[in-house]
Write a protein that binds this ligand. Structure first.
Ligand code: UD1
Ligand code: CA
Length: 455
């Protein structure tokens, strides 16, 4: 049998305002990526199929994020917010193209796991027409209650429409649902809006399927996977849950962390073997760390590739476009950006290396600054293999330091330095013999004169 096809519909139209932010809710980040990107990654992993995203009107930034994360995804606009079933039907054209499984996932549920979505798909392949992800929240208020008889889901009652007895039900709708593609439109079309909110509830699909003699079932998941994010406090909780998962996965993969609870990872941080991460390190998006590298405390890395056995920090800041070669060293209070640091090269103290390449085994002395910006444009600095840049030098880009060349400490280098040459560009030192001693003598004489006058 060919593998079952799948269409995932991500609902991201309804805009809550409780985030108190100018940013659309689903673009808020958890572990270095937007909530929407987490959901798109999960549906992509669970079903390498078609993805439709339902947006509210004028959600250009959300549409851009969809394009960036999953260019093949199709966006649909729900012109008016009239309920979750109405939102799903905004993607009717995609549904009508036919898929074996249809998953409906909310864009503000970033912790959903691919394996849970796969369990919903398994329920569909076992013959269910509707499969609903259930969970048992600590506080069920506000959630739809799942009314189960024997093994069948007979209805979902929204909180606003539930009787006192139904509100006692602890088993709730997590919001993720699966539909058999063959029946989806027939069910969705029958959903009305005769309820307290006057909305088209997707949840009515359960009772309708039951009435149509189709099978509706539940699949249970943990609360940490389905909690929807509506407030900054919930966003922070989701971050905490995801950080726990990421730290656990990193430890499982063999990363050494003595205080994992102080290390902040991004969803896409990648590690090789025998990597060590000291306490209090923060990873932004896009960091890869090769085998045996060590990241010392209080370092902040984003968009950086760390080569095998390289050493970073303590107190290093690696910005996007940083590539550290094998065994290279970036020490304390060093900032790098768009910087290629070749194997064995070192910048151990107090430097800024931006828009630069540093050749293998080169040594960048303390306090060296690449002056990459002239107020209008950025320019590159190229430091050759084995070059030595004396401490407190300023390299004014565009500029090249040849292989094996030597720059005297405190130089301001504005012209290229040929290979194997020495460049010194600083004020000449003058030495005046006996000058300080003469000054001291003058001072002593003045003091004596004052004393005699006051006597
Ligand atoms: C929904 C479920 C409820 C479940 C809960 C889980 C329905 C009717 N209710 O309730 O059973 O327990 O989620 O969190 O489905 N949306 C649109 N367009 C709309 C309405 C909603 O795109 O017209 C999107 C929202 O952006 C959101 C999602 O659908 O991502 C859920 O909508 P929301 O209003 O938050 O539903 P709940 O009342 O939380
Ligand atoms: Ca909600």
């Amino acid at each position: 049998m060919p593998p079952r096809t799948c269409l995932s519909i991500v609902l991201a139209a309804g805009e809550g305002t409780r985030m108190r932010s100018g940013l659309p809710k689903v673009l808020h980040q958890v572990a270095g990526r937007s909530m929407l990107a987490h959901v798109l990654a999960a549906v992509h992993a669970a079903a390498d199929g078609k993805v439709a995203v339902v947006l509210g009107p004028g959600s250009d930034t959300v549409a851009q994020e969809v394009k960036r994360v999953l260019p093949a995804a199709e966006c649909f606009v729900q012109a008016e917010r009239r309920g979750t079933a109405h939102a799903v039907l905004a993607a009717r054209a995609a549904i009508a193209r036919g898929a074996d499984d249809i998953l409906v996932v909310f864009g503000d549920t970033p912790l959903i796991r691919p394996r849970t979505l796969r369990r919903l798909r398994a329920a569909l392949s076992d013959g269910a027409a509707v499969a609903v992800l259930g969970f048992r929240p600590a506080d069920p208020a506000g959630y739809g209650r799942l009314i189960v008889e024997k093994d069948a889901l007979v209805a979902i009652r929204e909180d606003a429409d539930a009787s006192a007895a139904e509100r006692e039900i602890a088993f709730c709708n997590g919001g993720v649902m699966g539909f058999a593609g063959a029946q989806a439109l027939a069910i969705l079309r029958r959903i009305g809006n005769d309820n307290r909110k006057g909305e088209y509830y997707l949840t009515d699909a359960a009772a309708l399927a039951h009435d149509m003699n189709l099978k509706a079932v539940t699949v249970e998941a943990g609360e940490d996977e389905v909690s929807g994010i509506n407030t900054k406090a919930q966003l922070a909780q989701a971050e905490a849950v995801l950080q726990q998962r990421l730290r656990h996965a990193a430890l499982e993969a063999g990363v050494t962390m003595t205080a994992p609870e102080t290390v902040y990872l991004a969803a896409d941080t990648k590690f090789g073997r025998d990597v060590t991460i000291e306490p209090y390190v923060v990873f932004g998006a896009g960091v890869t760390i090769e085998d045996e590298a060590v990241i010392h405390s209080f370092s902040h890395l984003t968009g950086a590739h760390i080569g095998k056995g390289a050493s970073v920090g303590p107190f290093a800041r690696l910005r996007p476009g940083t590539r550290l070669g094998e065994g290279s060293r970036i020490g304390n209070f060093v900032e790098t950006k768009e910087a290629d640091i070749a194997a064995g090269a070192k910048a151990n103290h107090l430097s800024y290396i931006g828009d630069a390449s540093v050749g293998a085994e080169a040594n960048v002395g303390a306090g060296t600054i690449t002056c990459n910006y002239d107020g209008v444009a950025k320019h590159r600095t190229e430091i050759g293999k084995g070059a030595f840049i004396g401490s407190n030098s300023a390299l004014v880009a565009p500029v090249k330091i040849g292989e094996g060349a030597y720059v005297g400490s405190g130089s301001v280098i504005t012209r290229d330095v040929p290979a194997d040459a020495l460049a010194i560009a600083r004020g000449q030192q003058t030495v005046k013999e006996g000058w300080a001693k003469r000054l001291a003598a003058v001072k002593t004489a003045k003091r004596a004169e004052k004393k005699t006058r006051n006597a």
